[in-house]
Design a protein around this ligand. Structure first.
Ligand SMILES: [Zn+2]
Length: 1015
């Protein structure tokens, strides 16, 4: 799954403005971020050293109305459960849904919903009943918004058992039977059904025990309502250009919602094959994981589609959609049919994703040396979608903005985002679908790899996008949350659904990708590739743990290395300038365990004494100035270049301290070349002065990634008191001469959050000076921007962000030009086409008066372009009129004229707005229970909303408010909700902000006074 779009992110722009954001999220426009609020895109929470803003994008068409009123539900076999039963079940479900997340498996003597003892007391299913094959028949009625179905599961028992425990959530089971015996002596016996909603489980009780060995078939008839949320089997709507509202039904099962569509063994290790049949109105179209085999008439006005049997796979990858979508298709060289599905009015925006998908699928078949095992791959754009995309095998689903590209209106960052998102989901067809983590504690094996493969694949298939420039931003994103005590190891025990959902964060995705990239850099690209190919081949159609990956890697030795008897690789020759590589064993497992089983990351402190370079590692942690001794030790593959040599030298630091001896003394030394390692570096004595001097006099001596990483590391060190704020700010002064996107964005990511903190305090004098300084710093670069769409993707993204920043910060040449364009555009009734890269700046300026705002909103309603809608949404949220901001919150929450999928993004944008943030914070508190119902406790969306509305607070009073709220809303659920990780993160972030401001604000004030005279 790709969460990004669902929320906030930061980094790479932390402010998000940026590039990264765009990348990560597949966001139409990264930019925005800056605005008076800044934003970012992304999918995970981001607590920063300084809060970074963020934003999300997306949108869709709104509506609700019923399409297909003639789609009568024909209950051929199963009557609906009776009303009293339904009612009591509903009450139980409601009572349980808010509490189940925190229940643990050790609840004493569970009672089923009918009061009888429930025979299983663990949230994990027993291992002795194994599903082999499912026959699913689902009949959805898009008029009544209900569905019913039968599930036939072939099972076998590894030990005698009278009970079968399965998952089922919010389904009404009307009948269950067990078929046993060989074909000629089949017997069917009824099973009694007990439900235990707290664990989302049912127990089927057999009159006689099942024996170990033989095949049995469990047959369950059930019914349910299409979900009003974004998971399970859920309703989505859109409005045609003629204004007609239509309904469709789609699925989102990862991680634990397949059980909302059919009773099943809903854990990733219970892989089985699936035969799926869907009943539908003849005017609809059904698609699923596999191609259609045949379609039969089962009643008047009712068709049944039979899909081919799937390969062996996990339940969370099952998918089906009933809609009136149109599609376009192409074949890959190896004969896989690739199709993109979208609502009819937008099918003309499908071509870019179709071509990208064909190219990427061909790339992966070649790279992994394993053919894509299905005959087809469908990519479907769903009008209502919570995250960015989902990798269901053979039927990947996307938010419309993550898949549809409008040649006339989509932005450069949108193209980048779509390419990355498609690449991510197709990588999952191998990492995740073919080889799956055994349990959600190792989610990173799915997500870290898919995130990492985005960069590996797109850098080859779409070199013009230069994605490699953006990679390090992922690592900064991850470090933002990984620097807090509330972080967690990449591989972390989880049990209940809310804990599982919390795993979909920057640690699993971004940190996972960063440590893989670090390992690849260490082993060499070729060795690394051979290792993962071996891993995929060995574990195809199986499940894996962390150590299975490292064992696969450990058995591949780099070409200059020999394998020893114990399986380790031993380097016999190496050109490194030190003796440390000699006889060095490469123990991949031991090394990587230090990165996956410990939270956080190391700070490497460098002290140069003549030719001796002293190295020290310690656990970098925010929250205090004295580094706490956690006892963590990492195996850090260090890389460095010096003033005397641009050859990358390597050294594996395995101890707390060590010493390197250089061949000669140097003027400067830069570690973590290209930011390929997941660590930050502090240069003692005059180390930072030397590097700062280098940036001022000859910044292109080192790469743009190295420049950006110096900016990032300097401010990280300010947070823990290792570097003064003055020195870090001095370092940014070289940006006056910078032209590359990533260092500029990184600079903005560090600087904008500072004035964002001040905006929420009574500090207007310094805030104004700081904003003026930022404009002076970038004025030359802003003035150089043309108001066109020329140049590379990076140049275009930089232009879009800089013009937006300039206009939002009221740089008059920018504002005047934007006002002129807005007037012309409005006079043409929106028909004049604006240059895409300047549109955001033009809209943001236009939205500052009522007439312009209203006009923009009218265009929002009719636009078919994701980028344009996102740009308008952003502009609307920059209004300084509290009534308009409140209206946006209310309407997007309600979901009738602005889609609810937009709400999290709008809430966060308004949370960044100096006028709007109190409204956003109040709205979140007052509607908490409904938000949790809609977006699910523990989801990245909820985490982003919590962080996005509070992470720029920096006062005790605000901190107390947050704590009070936390206490209040979780008390109301009778739970200890403060264990929710995003709540811990937000509290740690505010505490850090308080400390940071107390220490640095006065220094910034004085520094700005000095700068005024100098730039
Ligand atoms: Zn994913």
């Amino acid at each position: 799954m790709l969460c990004q779009p669902c929320s906030i992110h930061s980094q790479s722009g932390s402010l998000n403005m940026g590039p990264e954001a765009a990348v990560a999220l597949a966001r139409p426009d990264p930019g925005l971020a800056l605005l008076s609020f800044s934003t970012s895109v992304g999918d995970k929470p981001r607590p920063p050293s300084l809060p970074r803003p963020s934003s999300t994008f997306t949108f869709g068409c709104g509506g609700e109305a019923v399409w297909g009123a003639g789609n009568l539900m024909v209950p051929l076999k199963q009557p609906m459960a009776n009303m009293p039963f339904l009612l009591s079940l509903l009450l139980t479900v409601l009572a349980v849904s808010s509490t189940s997340w925190c229940q643990s498996s050790d609840t004493a003597s569970p009672k089923a919903s009918n009061g009888a003892p429930f025979p299983w007391n663990n949230i994990r299913l027993p291992e002795h009943i194994i599903p082999l094959h499912y026959d699913l028949m689902i009949h959805a009625n898009l008029s009544t918004l209900t569905f019913w179905g039968t599930t036939e599961v072939e099972i076998t028992a590894s030990q005698p058992s009278s009970t079968i425990i399965m998952h089922s959530h919010q389904l009404q089971i009307s009948k269950a039977t067990l078929r046993r015996g060989a074909e000629d002596r089949l017997s069917e016996e009824p099973l009694s059904v007990l439900e235990y909603p707290a664990h989302e489980q049912v127990a089927l009780l057999a009159p006689q025990p099942l024996l170990a060995g033989p095949l049995y078939t469990v047959i369950i008839s059930y019914a349910g309502n299409l979900s009003e949320s974004f998971h399970g089997f859920y309703k989505s709507t859109y409005r045609t250009q003629e204004g007609e509202m239509r309904i469709l039904a789609s699925t989102q099962f990862e991680p634990t919602a397949a059980r909302m569509a059919f009773p099943c063994f809903d854990e990733p290790a219970f892989k089985a094959s699936f035969s799926i049949k869907i009943r539908r109105d003849p005017r609809h179209l059904a698609i699923s994981n596999m191609p259609l085999v045949k379609s039969v008439n089962v009643a008047k006005g009712l068709k049944e589609d039979h899909f081919d049997v799937t390969v062996k796979m996990s339940t969370y990858l099952v998918a089906f959609i009933i809609s009136d979508f149109k599609s376009v298709s192409k074949m890959t060289k190896s004969g896989v049919k690739v199709s993109v599905y979208a609502v009819p009015d937008k099918i003309n925006q499908a071509d870019y994703a179709l071509d990208a998908a064909v190219t990427l699928l061909e790339f992966y078949e070649d790279y992994f040396s394993i053919p894509y095992p299905l005959p087809k791959q469908d990519l479907a754009a769903i009008p209502d979608f919570q995250s960015g995309a989902m990798e269901n095998w053979g039927l990947t689903t996307y938010r419309e903005s993550s898949l549809l590209y409008d040649k006339e209106k989509s932005s450069a960052s949108s193209k980048l985002g779509i390419t990355m998102t498609v690449s991510h989901e197709l990588a999952h067809q191998w990492f995740g679908n073919l080889v799956t983590m055994e349990w959600w504690n190792d989610l990173w094996l799915n997500e870290g790899f898919a995130k990492f493969m985005e960069f590996v694949s797109v850098s080859v298939t779409h070199p013009e996008l230069k994605v490699e420039e953006h990679f390090f931003g992922k690592c900064f994103d991850a470090m933002e949350i990984d620097a807090f005590n509330s972080s967690h190891p990449v591989s972390t025990p989880v049990e209940n659904p809310a804990q599982i959902r919390e795993m979909f964060d920057d640690v699993s995705y971004e940190k996972g990708a960063c440590i893989l990239n670090m390992l690849r850099d260490y082993l060499s690209a070729d060795t690394f590739k051979r290792g993962i190919v071996q891993y995929l081949q060995k574990y195809s159609y199986k499940n894996t743990k962390n150590e299975d990956l490292w064992n696969s890697m450990a058995h591949i030795c780099p070409t200059d290395v020999t394998q020893t008897m114990d399986g380790f690789c031993s380097r016999s020759h190496h050109s490194a300038p030190t003796s440390h590589w000699l006889q060095e064993s490469i123990d991949v497992k031991t090394m990587m365990n230090t990165w996956t089983l410990q939270k956080g990351f190391p700070l490497i402190t460098i002290t140069v004494r003549g030719r001796n370079v002293h190295l020290k590692q310690e656990h970098y942690m925010k929250g205090s100035e004295s580094i706490s001794e956690t006892g963590y030790l990492w195996h850090v593959p260090l890389t460095f270049i010096t003033s005397r040599s641009d050859t990358v030298e390597r050294f594996l630091l395995k101890t707390k301290t060590d010493v390197l001896i250089l061949p000669e003394a140097v003027e400067w030394i830069k570690f973590n070349v290209g930011m390929n390692g997941y660590y930050i570096v502090h240069y003692e004595d005059n180390g930072w002065d030397s590097l700062s001097g280098l940036l001022k006099t000859a910044h292109t001596t080192i790469s743009s990634n190295d420049r950006a990483s110096l900016i990032n590391n300097a401010f990280q060190l300010v947070s823990i008191g290792k570097l003064s704020i003055e020195k870090a700010l001095d370092l940014t002064l070289y940006l006056k001469n910078e032209t590359e996107i990533m260092p500029v964005f990184q600079g903005l990511n560090e600087l904008i959050p500072m004035y964002k903190l001040m905006e929420k305090r009574d500090m207007s004098e310094v805030e104004t000076q700081f904003k003026a300084f930022l404009l002076r710093l970038l004025k030359d670069l802003i003035d150089k921007q043309t108001w066109t769409d020329e140049g590379s993707v990076s140049e275009r993204m930089l232009r879009s962000q800089l013009l937006l920043l300039a206009c939002v910060r009221k740089y008059q040449p920018c504002v005047q030009r934007a006002e002129g364009y807005f007037r012309e555009w409005k006079a043409s009734n929106g028909n004049m086409s604006l240059h895409i890269d300047v549109t955001m700046a033009v809209f943001a300026v236009g939205a500052q008066n009522t007439e312009g705002w209203d006009f923009l909103y009218s265009k929002y309603q009719s636009s078919l372009s994701s980028t344009e809608k996102s740009q308008i949404e952003f502009a609307l949220c920059t209004s300084q009129d509290p009534e308009k901001l409140q209206w946006l919150l209310d309407q997007s929450f309600k979901g009738e004229i602005i889609k609810t999928q937009e709400f999290p993004h709008i809430l966060i944008l308004i949370g960044r707005n100096p006028v709007g943030y109190p409204l956003a914070w109040k709205f979140l508190r007052e509607n908490w229970n409904k938000l949790v119902q809609k977006f699910e406790l523990g989801s990245p969306t909820i985490a982003h909303m919590v962080m996005g509305t509070t992470d720029q607070f920096s006062t005790r009073a605000r901190l107390e408010e947050v704590k009070e709220h936390v206490k209040g809303f979780f008390m109301s659920l009778k739970e200890n909700g403060s264990q929710l990780r995003c709540v811990q993160q937000t509290i740690e972030t505010i505490e850090e902000n308080i400390r940071w401001m107390a220490k640095n604000f006065e220094k910034i004030r004085l520094w700005l006074q000095k700068q005024k005279l100098e730039i």
